[in-house]
Design a protein around this ligand. Sequence first.
Ligand code: ISJ
Ligand code: MG
Length: 452
Amino acid sequence: MSGHVFSQQINELKEKLIKLKQTPVIEPIVQLSADAPSVPVLSWLGSQVIYPKIYWHGRDKIEEVAAIGSCKDFFFEDQIDDDSLAELYQNQRGKSHGQDIRYYGGLAFDRSVECWGEFGRARFVLPRIEIRRNGNTIRILLNLNFDNTCPQQECEDALAALMQIQRATPLSPPKKLALMGRSDLPNYPRWQELVEQVTQQQFNKTTPKVVLSRQTQLEVDDIIDPWTLLACWQGRNPNSFQFGFQFSKNKAFISCSPERLYLRRQQELYTEALAGTTIRGLNQEEDQCLAQQLLDDTKNSHENQLVRQHIVESLASLSQYVGAEEVPKIFKLNHIQHLHRDIRAQLKMGVSDFDLLKALHPTPAVGGLPRFSALNFIRQREGYARGWYAGACGYLNHYESEFSVAIRSALIEPRRINLFAGAGIVAGSDPQAEWQELENKLATIMSILIDF
Ligand SMILES: C=C(O[C@@H]1C=C(C(=O)O)C=C[C@H]1O)C(=O)O
Ligand SMILES: [Mg+2]
Protein backbone atom coordinates (compact mmCIF):
# COMPACT_ATOMS: atom_id res chain seq x y z
CA MET A 1 0.00 0.00 0.00
CA SER A 2 2.95 2.34 0.50
CA GLY A 3 2.99 3.00 -3.25
CA HIS A 4 -0.41 4.58 -2.90
CA VAL A 5 1.00 7.38 -0.78
CA PHE A 6 3.99 7.90 -3.03
CA SER A 7 6.14 8.32 0.09
CA GLN A 8 9.36 7.40 -1.68
CA GLN A 9 8.63 9.76 -4.56
CA ILE A 10 7.67 12.55 -2.21
CA ASN A 11 11.05 12.18 -0.50
CA GLU A 12 12.77 12.19 -3.86
CA LEU A 13 10.97 15.40 -4.84
CA LYS A 14 11.80 16.94 -1.46
CA GLU A 15 15.49 16.28 -2.05
CA LYS A 16 15.27 17.80 -5.50
CA LEU A 17 13.57 20.83 -3.98
CA ILE A 18 16.37 21.26 -1.45
CA LYS A 19 18.96 21.10 -4.24
CA LEU A 20 16.96 23.59 -6.26
CA LYS A 21 16.91 25.99 -3.31
CA GLN A 22 20.70 25.96 -3.26
CA THR A 23 21.13 26.77 -6.94
CA PRO A 24 20.45 30.12 -8.53
CA VAL A 25 17.10 30.32 -10.33
CA ILE A 26 17.63 29.85 -14.05
CA GLU A 27 14.09 29.97 -15.36
CA PRO A 28 10.90 31.37 -13.82
CA ILE A 29 9.01 28.08 -14.24
CA VAL A 30 10.65 24.87 -13.08
CA GLN A 31 9.33 21.32 -13.18
CA LEU A 32 10.63 18.49 -11.00
CA SER A 33 9.61 14.88 -11.51
CA ALA A 34 9.74 11.42 -9.95
CA ASP A 35 8.62 8.05 -11.28
CA ALA A 36 6.21 5.87 -9.36
CA PRO A 37 4.27 2.65 -9.72
CA SER A 38 0.75 3.01 -11.06
CA VAL A 39 -2.28 3.91 -8.92
CA PRO A 40 -5.92 4.30 -9.98
CA VAL A 41 -5.82 7.91 -11.11
CA LEU A 42 -9.45 8.92 -10.53
CA SER A 43 -9.44 7.38 -7.06
CA TRP A 44 -6.25 9.25 -6.28
CA LEU A 45 -7.82 12.51 -7.42
CA GLY A 46 -11.00 11.84 -5.49
CA SER A 47 -8.95 11.40 -2.32
CA GLN A 48 -7.09 14.70 -2.58
CA VAL A 49 -7.85 17.78 -0.53
CA ILE A 50 -6.25 20.57 -2.59
CA TYR A 51 -8.13 22.56 -5.22
CA PRO A 52 -8.34 22.93 -8.12
CA LYS A 53 -8.70 19.27 -9.01
CA ILE A 54 -8.35 18.48 -12.69
CA TYR A 55 -8.71 15.23 -14.59
CA TRP A 56 -7.86 14.66 -18.23
CA HIS A 57 -7.97 11.53 -20.37
CA GLY A 58 -7.57 12.02 -24.13
CA ARG A 59 -9.76 10.12 -26.53
CA ASP A 60 -7.27 7.87 -28.26
CA LYS A 61 -4.45 8.03 -25.81
CA ILE A 62 -3.46 5.82 -22.98
CA GLU A 63 -2.19 8.74 -20.92
CA GLU A 64 -4.35 9.72 -17.99
CA VAL A 65 -3.71 12.82 -15.87
CA ALA A 66 -4.80 14.10 -12.48
CA ALA A 67 -3.69 17.47 -11.20
CA ILE A 68 -4.11 19.33 -7.92
CA GLY A 69 -3.43 22.84 -6.80
CA SER A 70 -1.92 25.55 -8.92
CA CYS A 71 1.23 27.61 -9.10
CA LYS A 72 -0.10 29.84 -11.85
CA ASP A 73 -3.77 30.51 -12.40
CA PHE A 74 -5.05 32.56 -15.32
CA PHE A 75 -8.64 33.34 -14.39
CA PHE A 76 -10.80 35.63 -16.51
CA GLU A 77 -13.99 36.61 -14.82
CA ASP A 78 -14.59 39.45 -17.26
CA GLN A 79 -14.49 39.53 -20.99
CA ILE A 80 -11.13 38.77 -22.54
CA ASP A 81 -10.45 38.78 -26.25
CA ASP A 82 -8.47 36.16 -28.13
CA ASP A 83 -5.58 38.46 -28.91
CA SER A 84 -4.99 39.39 -25.27
CA LEU A 85 -5.19 35.73 -24.27
CA ALA A 86 -2.73 34.83 -27.03
CA GLU A 87 -0.30 37.50 -25.88
CA LEU A 88 -0.51 36.45 -22.24
CA TYR A 89 0.12 32.83 -23.11
CA GLN A 90 2.96 33.65 -25.49
CA ASN A 91 4.61 35.61 -22.72
CA GLN A 92 4.01 32.83 -20.18
CA ARG A 93 5.37 30.15 -22.46
CA GLY A 94 8.64 32.01 -22.75
CA LYS A 95 9.16 31.46 -19.03
CA SER A 96 10.25 27.86 -19.35
CA HIS A 97 11.88 25.51 -21.78
CA GLY A 98 10.45 22.53 -19.92
CA GLN A 99 9.00 20.15 -22.52
CA ASP A 100 6.30 18.83 -20.25
CA ILE A 101 4.85 22.07 -18.93
CA ARG A 102 1.11 22.06 -19.51
CA TYR A 103 -1.59 24.61 -18.77
CA TYR A 104 -4.93 22.85 -18.29
CA GLY A 105 -8.19 24.71 -18.59
CA GLY A 106 -10.99 25.87 -20.75
CA LEU A 107 -12.78 28.57 -22.63
CA ALA A 108 -16.48 29.12 -22.07
CA PHE A 109 -18.80 28.56 -25.01
CA ASP A 110 -19.50 32.29 -25.34
CA ARG A 111 -17.00 34.60 -23.73
CA SER A 112 -19.13 37.69 -24.20
CA VAL A 113 -21.49 36.66 -21.41
CA GLU A 114 -21.01 35.96 -17.72
CA CYS A 115 -20.07 32.47 -16.79
CA TRP A 116 -20.37 30.18 -13.75
CA GLY A 117 -18.45 32.18 -11.14
CA GLU A 118 -15.14 30.53 -10.49
CA PHE A 119 -14.98 28.86 -13.93
CA GLY A 120 -14.86 32.23 -15.60
CA ARG A 121 -14.98 33.02 -19.27
CA ALA A 122 -11.59 31.38 -19.52
CA ARG A 123 -9.38 29.74 -16.94
CA PHE A 124 -6.02 28.01 -17.34
CA VAL A 125 -3.94 26.52 -14.58
CA LEU A 126 -0.35 25.39 -14.25
CA PRO A 127 -0.99 22.72 -11.61
CA ARG A 128 1.15 22.52 -8.50
CA ILE A 129 1.21 18.72 -8.69
CA GLU A 130 0.35 16.42 -11.56
CA ILE A 131 0.34 12.68 -11.84
CA ARG A 132 0.51 11.29 -15.37
CA ARG A 133 -0.13 7.62 -15.91
CA ASN A 134 1.12 5.79 -18.96
CA GLY A 135 0.30 2.11 -18.69
CA ASN A 136 1.86 0.80 -15.48
CA THR A 137 3.96 3.79 -14.62
CA ILE A 138 3.20 7.14 -13.14
CA ARG A 139 5.20 10.29 -13.25
CA ILE A 140 4.66 12.76 -10.46
CA LEU A 141 5.39 16.31 -11.53
CA LEU A 142 5.94 19.23 -9.21
CA ASN A 143 5.75 22.68 -10.77
CA LEU A 144 7.35 25.81 -9.32
CA ASN A 145 6.73 29.36 -10.34
CA PHE A 146 9.51 31.79 -9.40
CA ASP A 147 8.02 34.62 -11.37
CA ASN A 148 7.40 37.56 -9.01
CA THR A 149 7.62 35.32 -5.93
CA CYS A 150 10.20 34.92 -3.23
CA PRO A 151 12.09 31.72 -4.20
CA GLN A 152 12.24 30.51 -0.59
CA GLN A 153 8.51 30.96 -0.16
CA GLU A 154 7.72 29.23 -3.46
CA CYS A 155 9.79 26.21 -2.39
CA GLU A 156 8.00 26.20 0.98
CA ASP A 157 4.61 26.29 -0.75
CA ALA A 158 5.58 23.46 -3.06
CA LEU A 159 6.79 21.42 -0.12
CA ALA A 160 3.58 22.09 1.78
CA ALA A 161 1.55 20.86 -1.21
CA LEU A 162 3.65 17.70 -1.41
CA MET A 163 3.00 17.05 2.27
CA GLN A 164 -0.72 17.32 1.67
CA ILE A 165 -0.84 14.49 -0.86
CA GLN A 166 -3.32 11.92 0.40
CA ARG A 167 -3.26 8.17 0.03
CA ALA A 168 -5.45 6.97 -2.87
CA THR A 169 -8.54 5.40 -1.36
CA PRO A 170 -11.23 3.78 -3.52
CA LEU A 171 -13.91 6.10 -4.85
CA SER A 172 -17.11 6.13 -2.85
CA PRO A 173 -19.33 3.55 -4.52
CA PRO A 174 -22.21 4.82 -6.69
CA LYS A 175 -25.43 5.26 -4.75
CA LYS A 176 -29.02 5.19 -5.90
CA LEU A 177 -30.29 8.74 -6.13
CA ALA A 178 -33.91 9.67 -5.82
CA LEU A 179 -35.03 12.28 -8.31
CA MET A 180 -36.80 15.09 -6.45
CA GLY A 181 -37.42 17.29 -9.45
CA ARG A 182 -36.49 18.03 -13.05
CA SER A 183 -36.66 21.27 -14.98
CA ASP A 184 -35.74 21.87 -18.60
CA LEU A 185 -34.60 25.22 -19.88
CA PRO A 186 -35.90 25.92 -22.51
CA ASN A 187 -38.95 23.75 -21.95
CA TYR A 188 -40.66 21.96 -24.82
CA PRO A 189 -43.11 24.72 -25.87
CA ARG A 190 -40.26 27.23 -25.98
CA TRP A 191 -38.02 24.75 -27.81
CA GLN A 192 -40.68 24.30 -30.46
CA GLU A 193 -40.85 28.07 -30.98
CA LEU A 194 -37.08 28.35 -31.25
CA VAL A 195 -36.76 25.49 -33.74
CA GLU A 196 -39.51 27.07 -35.83
CA GLN A 197 -37.71 30.41 -35.81
CA VAL A 198 -34.44 28.84 -36.93
CA THR A 199 -36.03 26.74 -39.67
CA GLN A 200 -38.15 29.61 -40.95
CA GLN A 201 -37.14 30.11 -44.59
CA GLN A 202 -36.14 33.75 -44.43
CA PHE A 203 -33.93 33.22 -41.35
CA ASN A 204 -32.52 29.95 -42.61
CA LYS A 205 -31.38 31.51 -45.88
CA THR A 206 -28.85 33.67 -44.05
CA THR A 207 -28.26 31.45 -41.01
CA PRO A 208 -28.36 27.85 -42.24
CA LYS A 209 -27.50 26.27 -38.87
CA VAL A 210 -28.03 27.10 -35.20
CA VAL A 211 -27.20 24.55 -32.54
CA LEU A 212 -29.89 24.96 -29.91
CA SER A 213 -29.40 23.45 -26.53
CA ARG A 214 -31.09 22.77 -23.24
CA GLN A 215 -30.08 22.72 -19.61
CA THR A 216 -31.76 19.98 -17.60
CA GLN A 217 -31.60 20.47 -13.85
CA LEU A 218 -32.08 17.41 -11.71
CA GLU A 219 -32.71 17.86 -8.02
CA VAL A 220 -31.57 14.80 -6.10
CA ASP A 221 -31.69 13.63 -2.52
CA ASP A 222 -28.00 13.14 -1.88
CA ILE A 223 -24.53 14.51 -2.50
CA ILE A 224 -23.00 13.32 -5.78
CA ASP A 225 -19.31 12.62 -5.98
CA PRO A 226 -18.22 13.99 -9.39
CA TRP A 227 -15.25 11.62 -9.71
CA THR A 228 -17.35 8.53 -9.01
CA LEU A 229 -19.82 9.72 -11.61
CA LEU A 230 -17.06 10.39 -14.13
CA ALA A 231 -15.57 6.94 -13.50
CA CYS A 232 -18.95 5.33 -14.25
CA TRP A 233 -19.44 7.47 -17.33
CA GLN A 234 -16.00 6.71 -18.70
CA GLY A 235 -16.73 3.00 -18.39
CA ARG A 236 -19.70 3.42 -20.74
CA ASN A 237 -17.92 5.53 -23.37
CA PRO A 238 -14.25 4.57 -23.32
CA ASN A 239 -13.77 6.02 -26.82
CA SER A 240 -14.62 9.54 -25.61
CA PHE A 241 -12.53 12.24 -23.96
CA GLN A 242 -13.05 12.21 -20.23
CA PHE A 243 -12.29 15.22 -18.14
CA GLY A 244 -13.26 17.21 -15.10
CA PHE A 245 -12.52 20.58 -13.52
CA GLN A 246 -13.26 21.36 -9.90
CA PHE A 247 -12.07 24.72 -8.61
CA SER A 248 -13.84 24.47 -5.25
CA LYS A 249 -15.68 21.91 -3.17
CA ASN A 250 -19.22 22.67 -4.28
CA LYS A 251 -18.97 22.85 -8.05
CA ALA A 252 -17.47 20.40 -10.51
CA PHE A 253 -17.76 20.26 -14.27
CA ILE A 254 -17.31 16.82 -15.80
CA SER A 255 -17.57 15.64 -19.38
CA CYS A 256 -17.43 12.47 -21.40
CA SER A 257 -17.25 14.03 -24.85
CA PRO A 258 -16.75 12.25 -28.14
CA GLU A 259 -15.68 15.47 -29.85
CA ARG A 260 -12.17 16.69 -30.50
CA LEU A 261 -11.69 20.38 -31.13
CA TYR A 262 -8.10 19.73 -32.15
CA LEU A 263 -4.91 17.89 -31.42
CA ARG A 264 -1.78 19.73 -32.45
CA ARG A 265 1.58 17.97 -32.61
CA GLN A 266 4.13 20.60 -33.57
CA GLN A 267 2.70 21.79 -36.91
CA GLU A 268 0.48 18.74 -37.48
CA LEU A 269 -3.18 19.37 -36.77
CA TYR A 270 -5.92 16.80 -36.28
CA THR A 271 -9.50 17.94 -36.07
CA GLU A 272 -12.90 16.69 -37.18
CA ALA A 273 -16.50 17.32 -38.09
CA LEU A 274 -18.74 15.45 -35.66
CA ALA A 275 -22.41 16.18 -36.27
CA GLY A 276 -25.47 14.20 -37.26
CA THR A 277 -27.03 11.77 -34.82
CA THR A 278 -29.13 8.65 -34.50
CA ILE A 279 -29.73 6.03 -31.82
CA ARG A 280 -28.07 2.59 -31.47
CA GLY A 281 -29.91 -0.53 -32.53
CA LEU A 282 -30.94 -3.27 -30.14
CA ASN A 283 -29.00 -5.80 -32.17
CA GLN A 284 -26.17 -5.69 -34.69
CA GLU A 285 -28.44 -5.85 -37.72
CA GLU A 286 -30.68 -3.03 -36.53
CA ASP A 287 -27.63 -1.01 -35.48
CA GLN A 288 -26.13 -1.36 -38.94
CA CYS A 289 -29.43 -0.41 -40.53
CA LEU A 290 -29.67 2.76 -38.40
CA ALA A 291 -26.07 3.63 -39.30
CA GLN A 292 -26.85 3.29 -43.01
CA GLN A 293 -29.96 5.44 -42.65
CA LEU A 294 -27.87 8.09 -40.90
CA LEU A 295 -25.32 8.05 -43.74
CA ASP A 296 -28.12 8.38 -46.30
CA ASP A 297 -30.12 11.05 -44.50
CA THR A 298 -30.08 14.53 -46.07
CA LYS A 299 -30.70 16.57 -42.92
CA ASN A 300 -27.97 14.81 -40.94
CA SER A 301 -25.50 14.90 -43.86
CA HIS A 302 -26.14 18.61 -44.16
CA GLU A 303 -25.46 19.11 -40.43
CA ASN A 304 -22.09 17.41 -40.83
CA GLN A 305 -21.21 18.95 -44.17
CA LEU A 306 -21.63 22.50 -42.82
CA VAL A 307 -19.20 21.74 -40.01
CA ARG A 308 -16.63 20.19 -42.32
CA GLN A 309 -16.83 23.02 -44.81
CA HIS A 310 -16.49 25.69 -42.17
CA ILE A 311 -13.53 24.04 -40.43
CA VAL A 312 -11.69 23.56 -43.71
CA GLU A 313 -12.30 27.19 -44.67
CA SER A 314 -11.26 28.52 -41.26
CA LEU A 315 -8.00 26.59 -41.36
CA ALA A 316 -7.09 27.57 -44.93
CA SER A 317 -5.22 30.77 -44.08
CA LEU A 318 -3.38 29.11 -41.16
CA SER A 319 -2.26 26.03 -43.06
CA GLN A 320 0.03 24.86 -45.82
CA TYR A 321 -2.34 22.00 -46.41
CA VAL A 322 -5.85 21.07 -45.23
CA GLY A 323 -7.66 17.87 -46.09
CA ALA A 324 -10.98 16.42 -44.97
CA GLU A 325 -12.54 13.01 -45.50
CA GLU A 326 -15.01 13.14 -48.37
CA VAL A 327 -17.29 10.45 -47.05
CA PRO A 328 -18.36 10.47 -43.40
CA LYS A 329 -17.83 7.48 -41.13
CA ILE A 330 -19.92 6.35 -38.19
CA PHE A 331 -18.78 7.09 -34.63
CA LYS A 332 -20.55 4.80 -32.16
CA LEU A 333 -21.23 5.66 -28.55
CA ASN A 334 -23.08 3.81 -25.83
CA HIS A 335 -26.57 5.05 -26.74
CA ILE A 336 -26.12 7.01 -29.96
CA GLN A 337 -24.09 7.13 -33.18
CA HIS A 338 -22.79 10.15 -35.08
CA LEU A 339 -21.51 11.11 -38.51
CA HIS A 340 -17.80 11.81 -38.32
CA ARG A 341 -15.21 13.18 -40.74
CA ASP A 342 -11.51 13.44 -39.97
CA ILE A 343 -9.82 16.70 -40.93
CA ARG A 344 -6.05 17.17 -41.02
CA ALA A 345 -3.86 20.15 -41.63
CA GLN A 346 -0.22 21.06 -41.83
CA LEU A 347 0.03 24.39 -40.06
CA LYS A 348 2.15 27.28 -41.23
CA MET A 349 5.13 28.09 -39.03
CA GLY A 350 4.27 30.45 -36.20
CA VAL A 351 0.58 29.52 -35.94
CA SER A 352 -0.19 29.42 -32.22
CA ASP A 353 -2.77 27.56 -30.16
CA PHE A 354 -4.73 30.76 -29.72
CA ASP A 355 -4.84 31.27 -33.49
CA LEU A 356 -6.39 27.81 -33.62
CA LEU A 357 -8.81 28.40 -30.78
CA LYS A 358 -9.87 31.66 -32.38
CA ALA A 359 -10.38 30.02 -35.77
CA LEU A 360 -12.12 26.89 -34.54
CA HIS A 361 -14.04 27.65 -31.37
CA PRO A 362 -17.01 27.41 -31.37
CA THR A 363 -17.36 25.28 -34.48
CA PRO A 364 -20.73 24.95 -36.23
CA ALA A 365 -21.04 21.59 -34.44
CA VAL A 366 -22.01 23.47 -31.27
CA GLY A 367 -22.58 27.07 -32.39
CA GLY A 368 -23.88 27.38 -35.91
CA LEU A 369 -23.29 29.12 -39.17
CA PRO A 370 -22.44 31.91 -39.73
CA ARG A 371 -20.87 32.02 -36.29
CA PHE A 372 -21.77 35.59 -35.43
CA SER A 373 -25.43 35.30 -36.32
CA ALA A 374 -25.86 31.88 -34.70
CA LEU A 375 -24.18 33.02 -31.46
CA ASN A 376 -26.37 36.07 -31.37
CA PHE A 377 -29.48 33.97 -31.70
CA ILE A 378 -28.31 31.64 -28.93
CA ARG A 379 -27.31 34.50 -26.65
CA GLN A 380 -30.63 36.29 -27.05
CA ARG A 381 -33.10 33.41 -27.12
CA GLU A 382 -31.82 30.19 -25.62
CA GLY A 383 -32.65 31.49 -22.16
CA TYR A 384 -29.79 30.22 -20.03
CA ALA A 385 -26.01 30.73 -19.85
CA ARG A 386 -24.12 27.78 -21.33
CA GLY A 387 -21.01 28.42 -19.27
CA TRP A 388 -18.37 25.80 -20.09
CA TYR A 389 -20.90 23.51 -21.75
CA ALA A 390 -19.84 23.33 -25.44
CA GLY A 391 -16.71 25.25 -24.45
CA ALA A 392 -13.17 24.20 -25.30
CA CYS A 393 -11.40 22.19 -22.59
CA GLY A 394 -7.92 20.77 -22.71
CA TYR A 395 -4.29 21.69 -22.29
CA LEU A 396 -1.68 23.90 -23.85
CA ASN A 397 1.89 22.74 -24.31
CA HIS A 398 4.72 23.97 -26.47
CA TYR A 399 4.85 20.85 -28.63
CA GLU A 400 1.49 19.22 -28.28
CA SER A 401 -1.86 20.70 -27.30
CA GLU A 402 -5.24 19.09 -27.24
CA PHE A 403 -8.78 20.36 -26.77
CA SER A 404 -12.11 18.64 -26.61
CA VAL A 405 -15.50 20.25 -27.13
CA ALA A 406 -17.19 20.04 -23.74
CA ILE A 407 -20.49 18.44 -24.79
CA ARG A 408 -22.04 15.44 -22.94
CA SER A 409 -21.18 17.31 -19.82
CA ALA A 410 -22.58 18.02 -16.38
CA LEU A 411 -22.16 20.68 -13.74
CA ILE A 412 -22.40 19.03 -10.35
CA GLU A 413 -23.55 21.00 -7.32
CA PRO A 414 -24.68 19.77 -3.92
CA ARG A 415 -27.92 17.85 -4.50
CA ARG A 416 -28.23 19.16 -8.03
CA ILE A 417 -26.96 18.00 -11.41
CA ASN A 418 -27.14 20.25 -14.45
CA LEU A 419 -27.04 18.29 -17.68
CA PHE A 420 -26.61 19.83 -21.12
CA ALA A 421 -27.54 18.69 -24.59
CA GLY A 422 -27.81 20.42 -27.93
CA ALA A 423 -28.86 19.61 -31.47
CA GLY A 424 -27.93 21.19 -34.78
CA ILE A 425 -31.02 22.84 -36.22
CA VAL A 426 -30.96 23.10 -40.02
CA ALA A 427 -33.60 23.29 -42.76
CA GLY A 428 -35.82 20.24 -42.33
CA SER A 429 -35.36 19.95 -38.55
CA ASP A 430 -38.49 18.90 -36.72
CA PRO A 431 -38.92 20.26 -33.16
CA GLN A 432 -40.11 17.00 -31.71
CA ALA A 433 -37.44 14.87 -33.36
CA GLU A 434 -34.74 17.31 -32.23
CA TRP A 435 -36.14 17.27 -28.66
CA GLN A 436 -35.91 13.49 -28.78
CA GLU A 437 -32.32 13.84 -29.99
CA LEU A 438 -31.55 15.80 -26.80
CA GLU A 439 -33.03 12.97 -24.73
CA ASN A 440 -30.94 10.44 -26.65
CA LYS A 441 -27.79 12.43 -25.94
CA LEU A 442 -28.57 12.33 -22.21
CA ALA A 443 -29.43 8.63 -22.20
CA THR A 444 -26.02 7.40 -21.02
CA ILE A 445 -25.62 9.78 -18.09
CA MET A 446 -29.30 9.33 -17.17
CA SER A 447 -28.94 5.57 -17.11
CA ILE A 448 -25.97 5.93 -14.76
CA LEU A 449 -27.78 8.31 -12.44
CA ILE A 450 -30.85 6.15 -12.32
CA ASP A 451 -28.68 3.10 -11.63
CA PHE A 452 -27.10 5.01 -8.74
C1 ISJ B 1 -24.37 19.96 -29.20
C2 ISJ B 1 -24.21 18.67 -28.98
O1 ISJ B 1 -23.79 17.79 -29.95
C3 ISJ B 1 -23.53 18.23 -31.26
C4 ISJ B 1 -24.71 18.09 -32.13
C5 ISJ B 1 -24.92 16.95 -32.89
C6 ISJ B 1 -26.17 16.82 -33.73
O2 ISJ B 1 -27.04 17.69 -33.70
O3 ISJ B 1 -26.32 15.82 -34.43
C7 ISJ B 1 -23.99 15.93 -32.88
C8 ISJ B 1 -22.79 16.06 -32.25
C9 ISJ B 1 -22.37 17.40 -31.80
O4 ISJ B 1 -21.86 18.09 -32.88
C10 ISJ B 1 -24.44 18.05 -27.63
O5 ISJ B 1 -24.28 16.85 -27.48
O6 ISJ B 1 -24.78 18.80 -26.71
MG1 MG C 1 -28.44 16.50 -34.96
